[in-house]
Ligand binder design. Structure first.
Ligand code: CP3
Length: 367
């Protein structure tokens, strides 16, 4: 498919990520294409979750749903997919079971099970559908907003591959890192290699910004995070940027290490342009420890969107003001939007960010 994409009309997100001035704070929402949207649930009535991911027409359609419903209010689209397409590409079966979330029927029980994984993963062969979906979506967006590509972080993907699904205590993956630390590093490295190839391929296919979702970072102690997550997150940023050629290397990268508040300072120093924060961190604390080196993204408690109009306006305004500047800030939630959120609540959130974000930028202009 042709890669001569329509020119970008709204580049607020990219400018904020690069630390340039913006006339208003950009905003998007993790899981903005998801089950809180009636039009998404309608598509899911007829199609399996991974069938949507694997069918570029469907993935593009669903990616565009929030952009069209909230016309002019969202500053980014994120390609519809899932972090678990990488374990699938490595040879594991992953099913999305309604009510249960992702399930791996034959997880990696012991290190010998790594033999069941593909030795060499050709991302074009295994994940070419995602590249096609990105290219098609770039065309369908017609330059309205930039398109974000993503992967799961290696530790988070390893957790799913070993646990077989979401978990409360992560007992199996914890027993791996403490009982088989060397083999755990082998697995993390193999996952990292696929993450790098997949991200580079997404940029070649048309992704304009990248995000790494290390959603289970907070399950690790600070010293274990430093061993089993941070080095791989760093490798991803550095290898992706060095493998892209000059024009593409400007594609900003975001890291979301949920729960790893203790690592924000180290994360600001490993090659990412943006750090996405969950709601357990105060914006002013994050500003202080990152010392203006990176752009911050986040971080409203997703539960606020269940609190009615007044609470959403109040808490959103408090958050945007606490980040304190229209520079180096991208508004978002601190994690994915919940399926129980009324569609009107999302609109209140987006409109509040626009209003307050404009006020802050205008004040800075005066000063
Ligand atoms: O709109 C977007 O943000 C893009 C699409 C997207 C999905 N998953 C779609 C999805 C993205 C970026 C993800 C990432 C993802 N997937 C993460 C990282 C972000 C995070 O939430 O921490 C994780 C951990 C997963 C794994 C995953 N996928 C889980 C744990 C679940 C079940 C939880 C739930 O909400 O049911 C999924 C399912 C999933 N991924 C849905 C969607 C829209 C809902 C499933 C459905 O439609 O049946």
């Amino acid at each position: 498919m042709a890669r001569d994409f329509p020119p970008l009309k709204n580049d607020l997100l990219l400018r904020a990520a690069r630390g340039e001035k913006t006339e208003r704070v950009p905003v998007w929402v993790m899981r903005q294409a998801g089950r809180y949207l009636p039009e998404f649930r309608k598509v899911r009535e007829h199609h399996d979750f991974f069938e949507i991911c694997r069918t570029p027409e469907l993935a593009a359609k669903v990616t565009l749903q929030p952009i069209e419903r909230y016309e002019g209010l969202l500053d980014a689209a994120i390609i519809f997919s899932d972090i678990l397409v990488i374990p699938q590409a490595m040879g594991l079966q992953v099913d999305m079971v309604p009510g249960k979330g992702p399930q791996v029927p034959n997880p990696l029980v012991t290190p010998e099970d790594m033999r069941r994984l593909r030795k060499k993963v050709d991302v074009h062969q295994e994940l070419g559908y995602a590249f096609d979906a990105i290219t098609l979506t770039r065309h369908r967006l017609e330059g309205r907003v930039p398109l974000i590509g993503f992967v799961g972080g290696p530790w988070t993907l390893m957790s799913y591959m070993v646990e077989g699904g979401s978990s409360k205590q992560w007992a199996r993956v914890k027993s791996w890192i403490f009982q088989y630390p060397e083999e755990s590093h082998v697995l993390l490295q193999r996952i990292t290699d696929v993450c790098v190839d997949f991200l580079v391929g997404q940029v070649h296919a048309g992704a304009q910004m990248l995000q790494v979702f290390e959603s289970w970072a907070g399950e690790l102690s600070p010293q274990d995070f430093e061993q089993f997550s941070l080095p791989y997150l760093k490798q991803i940023a550095q290898r992706v940027k060095s493998e892209l050629d000059i024009n593409d290397a400007a594609v900003p990268m975001t890291v979301f290490a949920k729960g790893a508040w203790y690592a924000i300072e180290s994360l600001s120093d490993i090659g990412y342009d943006t750090i996405s924060l969950d709601w357990t961190v105060s914006p002013s604390y994050a500003r202080t420890v990152t010392k203006g080196r990176v752009t911050l993204q986040g971080n409203l408690d997703p539960g606020v969107l269940l609190g009615g109009e007044e609470a959403i306006e109040r808490e959103t305004e408090r958050m945007v003001r606490e980040f304190g500047s229209s520079r180096r800030y991208i508004a978002n939630l601190g994690h994915g939007i919940m399926q129980q959120v009324p569609v009107e609540a999302m609109e209140v959130f987006l409109k509040t960010v626009h209003r307050v974000g404009r006020e802050i930028a205008a004040k800075e202009e005066e000063a």
